[in-house]
Design a binder for this molecule. Structure first.
Ligand SMILES: [Zn+2]
Ligand SMILES: [Zn+2]
Length: 255
């Protein structure tokens, strides 16, 4: 998923033209449907003379991702790509463009996987100091008092690949403005498979839908077992009546 306003990509499953200008890429985990676009991104940036890409990855795959990019650059016969691979752990926060930060958390997939949340951070005067004269505020500041505080608004949470356990571990997900969540499996017979491999089943979302207070719910990652049109109809029919949020289906047909 691409957020061009923040120059941020949430995973890079396949090469895409729109990915190239984005300087920050979060790779949630090492599965190819989340990684394969990364070498093309790095290569195209080098070709176009765009410096300084950053890739945020779980610690367990940092070495592998760096080696993948180094190998691809070597294959091309050129210089190493100007890309920094940055290992991150759950709980860490990294800056994006001014006023925005990305915070990482664990999801419940069958390999280590990081979800992330884009937060809008604005600084304001501490409420108890409201009404003080500017001179007084400057005096207090000069004396070492902290007169401002950061207000954080979670805007977009991306759950990458995950089972439903993440909702209990991160209850704030029910409040974030835009919740991007996978919905891999749809049929009752696929519930066991969803549990085994740490994926979300449509029934998991239907069960939790009444508690979700998000403005937008974006579903991704539909299994190849499902055709797009009937799958979408099934999802809408089951979920839309339970849901206050606006429902968006971001799946694309496999080529
Ligand atoms: Zn996966
Ligand atoms: Zn996946």
């Amino acid at each position: 998923m691409l957020l061009p306003q923040l120059r941020l990509a949430l995973d890079a499953g396949r090469p895409a033209r729109a990915l190239v200008p984005l300087g920050d890429v979060v790779i949630s985990h090492g599965h190819m449907d989340h990684v394969l676009g990364l070498p093309a991104w790095a290569s195209q940036r080098q070709l176009n003379g765009i410096p300084g890409g950053r890739v945020y990855v779980p610690r367990s795959i940092a070495e592998g991702v760096a080696a993948l990019l180094a190998t691809c650059a070597r294959l091309e016969g050129g210089r190493p790509y100007d890309v920094e691979v940055i290992p991150v752990a759950p709980g860490e926060v990294r800056p994006l463009r001014r006023g925005f930060e990305v915070r990482f958390f664990s999801t419940s997939h069958w390999v280590e996987t990081l979800g992330c949340c884009v937060e809008w951070v604005r600084r304001r005067l501490r409420p108890e100091l409201a009404g003080l004269a500017p001179d007084e505020l400057r005096r207090r500041q000069a004396a070492g008092e902290t007169v401002t505080e950061d207000v954080r608004t979670p805007l977009v949470a991306y759950l990458a690949d995950t089972g439903p356990e993440v909702f209990a571990a991160e209850p704030w997900l029910a409040e974030v403005e835009v919740l991007v969540v996978e919905c891999t499996f749809l049929r009752p017979s696929e519930l066991e498979r969803a549990r085994k491999f740490g994926h979300m089943h449509l029934d998991d979302l239907v069960e939790r839908a009444p508690a979700l207070r998000n403005r937008h719910l974006v579903l991704t990652h539909l299994s190849r077992r499902h055709r797009l049109a009937p799958g979408s109809r099934l999802i809408r029919a089951a979920l839309a009546p339970q849901l206050a949020a606006q429902l968006h289906l971001l799946n694309v047909e496999w080529e």
